[in-house]
Design a protein around this ligand. Structure first.
Ligand code: SAM
Length: 477
């Protein structure tokens, strides 16, 4: 039997324990705030895809391994092959080749179709060419079934087509007209204003298609595990002679903005928001830039970039060291006009994956609300400034790691409007879709999302990279 005082002590400590648990349970973290925001803002945009994107964002992220050209990486290549990792460049090239063959077959088929239909002009019972002869993925077939008469498609695609129609995301105008009562402070970010109703000619938008495939720099050696394979990479080792690390791991999505730059030998490259330096390092590993200017706003962030460069670029390799210039400037204010061949604007953004993992230093901290709401303005200023600094004929790649439509296509639209209204700069949007398609062996590429300017890579459990939005703008004059 417990004495009265012992019972009291036990009950009091129980009460204290419950109160503590209750208080802890009641505390809203920045991660909760971020998740609540995403759960409100993103389902109208990503529709039935949202639950799987959400699950992926909350799960372990996937990496690729970038080999360091300045270290002896032969042993690590062997180790990676043993683990079953694939060389992204080889796979991408072979995918692009086989897609080319499919395209050629499609062309032939449509030519045949034209000939056949000419021959059979008078025959009323001419049979349609069976599209199933063409090798397309399921989504594409279902999408086609939506456009063509349904009965021409196998039953499974008819079902998929109907299902897609049923649960396809609402139109952007509908999103705007939603009832936001009680969520007024979110309206600005949810304010999807990209007008996809007007045609390109109506708004004077010029387009160009990125040549297919992306020219993957021969020096870039990147390994990844296949879709659904979550094997981890061995830890980087120190090369005893060169005193640098053998490889580094990064979110595979970070590859996209650098590939989109389509770097050429000797080019002058500006990385406008460079710290902590993942994409700078990738660009340097191509061994292509003649000049690599790495800029960031703050000294603290630049110090992180310096320490990353120190780990991977040998201090005695003067050729590459001399090509790197660090600057600490506000990227919104152009400091040189028409001075660079390529500019990367990897803009500060909501950083969706980060804010769902870390409560500290989160943009969803209530005191940072204003900063969060001002992000689109900052992003578009950075993009406008980049367009001033790139030379005519050069291009700017704008990227973010958020799914927010406003911070992606919305910002590109905002920046282009300013460029059209306030300057004599002429530019066109480069369509990266065909060049990105062969990367579907690695990524989940977002399609049919009504994006006007850029492309988006969506996180999924099978390929848990990203998100990453990329838009490329070429300056014409
Ligand atoms: N590109 C980097 C990488 O791959 O490691 C990540 C860049 S991070 C998404 C955005 C960066 O933009 C931050 O380092 C931040 O300090 C910087 N930034 C924010 N505002 C800026 C501004 N006005 N001018 C230049 N950089 C800015």
């Amino acid at each position: 039997m417990l004495s009265f005082s012992a019972t009291l002590r036990r009950d009091t400590s129980m009460l204290w324990y419950c109160q503590r648990r209750f208080r802890r349970a009641a505390k809203v973290t920045n991660v909760d705030r971020a998740l609540e925001y995403f759960d409100t803002a993103l389902p109208p945009v990503y529709g039935s895809r949202w639950p799987s994107i959400r699950l992926a964002l909350l799960s372990k992220q996937k990496y690729v391994a970038v080999l360091n050209n300045f270290a002896d990486h032969e042993p690590i290549i062997e180790e990676l092959h043993d683990l079953g990792a694939m060389d992204i460049k080889h796979k991408y090239t072979s995918m692009a080749e086989s897609m080319k063959t499919v395209e050629a077959t499609k062309m032939k088929l449509s030519e045949t179709k034209e000939c056949v239909s000419q021959d059979q002009d008078d025959q009323e019972d001419a049979k349609p060419v069976r599209p199933s002869l063409i090798k397309l993925d399921d989504d594409e077939l279902a999408a086609r079934a939506n456009r063509a008469p349904l009965d021409r498609y196998p039953e499974e695609y008819r079902h998929r087509a109907l299902a897609q129609e049923w649960c396809c995301p609402p139109r952007l105008e509908d999103v705007l007209n939603r009832d936001f009562q009680g969520l007024e402070h979110w309206i600005e970010e949810t304010d999807v204003f990209v007008d996809t109703v007007q045609g390109d000619e109506e708004i004077g938008l010029k387009r160009e298609v990125q040549k297919v495939p992306f020219s993957l720099p021969s020096m870039l050696k990147i390994f990844s595990f296949g879709k659904g394979d979550i094997t981890t990479f061995p830890k980087p080792k120190l090369d005893p002679h060169m005193k640098v690390l053998t490889h580094y791991m990064m979110d595979g999505a970070s590859l996209l903005p650098v590939l989109a730059l389509d770097l050429q030998p000797g080019e002058r490259v500006l990385d406008l928001c460079a710290a902590p330096g993942g994409k700078t390092l990738l660009a340097l590993q191509t061994m292509l830039p003649g000049l690599m200017v790495c800029n960031d706003l703050t000294d603290g962030r630049l110090r992180r970039l310096k320490s990353v460069l120190k780990q991977y670029i040998p201090s005695n390799c003067s050729q590459i060291q001399d090509s790197i210039v660090l600057t600490e400037r506000n990227g919104c204010i152009p400091w040189e006009r028409e001075a660079f061949d390529k500019v990367l604007v990897d803009a500060p953004c909501l950083t969706d994956r980060h804010v769902l993992k870390e409560s500290d230093n989160s943009i969803f901290y209530p005191k940072r609300a204003k900063e969060r709401l001002k992000l689109p303005e900052l992003q578009s200023e950075l993009l406008v400034s980049a367009l001033h600094m790139v030379r005519p004929g050069g291009s700017v790649v704008y990227s973010t790691c958020t799914l927010s439509p406003l911070q992606n296509d919305g910002v590109v639209q905002m920046a282009l409007s300013r460029i059209w209204q306030e300057t004599t700069i002429d530019c066109c949007v480069v369509d990266l879709t065909p060049a990105m398609r062969p990367l579907s062996f690695l990524y989940r590429l977002g399609s049919n999302l009504g994006l006007r300017y850029g492309q988006i890579l969506l996180p999924s459990l099978l390929a848990n990279f990203g998100p990453m939005y990329v838009a490329k703008i070429k300056r014409l004059k």
